[in-house]
Structures are given as C-alpha cells and as structure tokens.
Ligand binder design. Structure first.
Ligand SMILES: [Ca+2]
Ligand SMILES: [Ca+2]
Length: 288
C-alpha cells in the first residue's frame, strides 16, 4: 500500500534528463568485482531477510524478521555546494563503480560522481538471530571520499521508512541522543542509531518527506518535531559536512528490529501458532 511513487517516477526521469546534472563521464571497473548492480539485492541471516533496491524507491523491498514483513525503504541523497537551483542527487544519478557480495549477509556498492571527484561507498550487512526471536540487526556504513584538489561542501540525507508490525498507519517515532526509536501497538520496536550528529532530523507522515526528495526543489530539512505518533511515519536525517581534498568521512548506521521486553517470553506452541496466523492475516489485509 505504499502506492504513491510509481506514477511519479516517470515525471522524475524527465526532470533528471532536463536537469543537467554533474554526472561523471566514464567508469573503469576494478578487476575482481561485479560489473553490474543487481536490481534487487538480497541479504539473509538467521531468521531475517533484507531485500533492497539501493538506487530508488521500490515496492519490492522489505525487511523480513521471522516471516513478518516490515515494509522498508532506506535511501540516500546528496546535495553539493550552494547552488539553490541544483536539486540533490540520488544514487541512480551516480556513476556505478563496483558491487560485491562476499557472503549472504553482506554487500558493498561503490559509486563516484562529480566527474569522479567524489567516491561514495555503501557497505550493508544483516545479522539475524534464532527463529522466533523477532530480532534482527542491520548495519550500514556510508563512506564519502573527496578525491579532488578542492574542498567539497556536501549534504548527506538518509531517508527511512519502516512500517512495523505489518501495518503502516499506526507507528510512532521519536528521536533523542542520535537514536531514532519507532514502535507500534503490536509491540514491535525498531531503532536506528548513528555515530554522527545530524544537522537536522525531520519526521512526517508518508509520503511528504519522500516527495521532497523526488521533486525538483533542492531539499534542506529544518529541525522540527522530535516525535510523531500513530500514523504512517517516515524520517529523514540531514548531515552537512565539508571535505578537504583527500578527506573521507564515514557514517555508521545501525538498525535493529525487536519486540518489547515483555513480549520476549517464549510463547506456548499454540499461542505462537495463533500469533503467526494473525500476522499472516495482517499481511494479507495490507496487500489486498
Ligand atoms: Ca505498524
Ligand atoms: Ca511508514
């Protein structure tokens, strides 16, 4: 039921084509790495599966924990310099460099942009746990390297939409001390922690934030509410940074899905079965 962007993508493509973006001209692929990026990347570990299109919003991506699907969007955008007419870039605007998936639970994708003056590297890993634990952890590191001879002012955005408990319209979220916590009435709870302090954190009802990243205007989030309740929440973090020549910066994001502690007692086999039926019913309702 995350239904909005499909039709907007065509207009978006036209906007990109007309935008005159500073996209790099040529790529030289490193030996020993994959020469193309999969449309959909899948990670698996223990009780959890993560499926993602890292380039663009996709309804096919998700994060499954013990069979329950938390519709999941996790996207990055970048602004450069101070030209207000230049909208932010998406990963699909970058020049693809390499992709590797050394194991079922990890991948790395590398890009460059600005005429190869900036490298963007994304490493993503999944850690699942024992079946029935309703717990999984994803770690994601974004590294930016200024390989030019000039300073680069950069803004990194991380957009996040996680629909907990199989329903998208009943979540709440709060941000404090660089930790974002999301929860819903089912008892499902998710956290995102980051080792860098954001310039701004915005939270809003879907799809307001996503529209900001997919329209033609340059996005600049302003610090706003630090909580939002009982709706289809989505969140964006903004990091303003400046990189001198040769400088790199890394952002480490850790996302965890779990139940509240009072739900962690091992359920009776019959109760567990009933819970599974409820979850399956919710998924069917949402997708019908
Ligand atoms: Ca929910
Ligand atoms: Ca949501």
């Amino acid at each position: 039921m995350q239904r909005w962007l499909k039709t907007s993508m065509t207009a978006l493509g036209a906007a990109v084509a007309m935008g005159g973006l500073p996209i790099a001209v040529a790529a030289s692929h490193s030996p020993g790495t994959t020469s193309s990026l999969p449309d959909l990347i899948e990670l698996q570990s223990g009780n959890s599966t993560y499926r993602t299109d890292i380039l663009r919003f996709s309804e096919r991506q998700g994060w499954w924990v013990d069979g329950g699907d938390s519709l999941f969007s996790d996207l990055y955008f970048l602004n450069f310099g101070n030209d207000l007419a230049q909208r932010e870039l998406r990963l699909e605007d970058f020049e693809f460099l390499s992709f590797s998936q050394p194991s079922a639970d990890r991948f790395t994708a590398d890009f460059f942009l600005l005429g190869a003056n900036l490298n963007f590297s994304l490493t993503s890993s999944l850690q699942g746990f024992e079946s029935g634990s309703f717990r999984a952890v994803r770690q994601e590191t974004v590294t930016l390297l200024n390989s030019s001879s000039d300073p680069i002012d950069i803004t990194l955005f991380k957009y996040l939409d996680l629909d907990l408990g199989g329903k998208f319209d009943n979540d709440s979220v709060l941000f404090a001390d660089n930790v974002l916590t999301q929860f819903d009435p089912s008892g499902a709870i998710a956290t995102l922690s980051v080792d860098q302090t954001p310039t701004a954190v915005a939270m809003d009802e879907y799809p307001i934030l996503l529209q900001k990243f997919y329209n033609r205007n340059r996005t600049n989030l302003s610090p706003g509410n630090d909580s939002l309740s009982n709706t289809d929440v989505s969140v964006a973090l903004q990091f303003d940074r400046s990189l001198v020549p040769g400088e790199s910066i890394s952002f480490n994001f850790v996302k965890q899905i779990s139940r509240r502690s009072e739900s962690k007692s091992v359920p009776e086999p019959t109760a567990f079965l009933a819970f599974g039926v409820v979850v399956a019913g919710l998924m069917l309702m949402r997708r019908s």
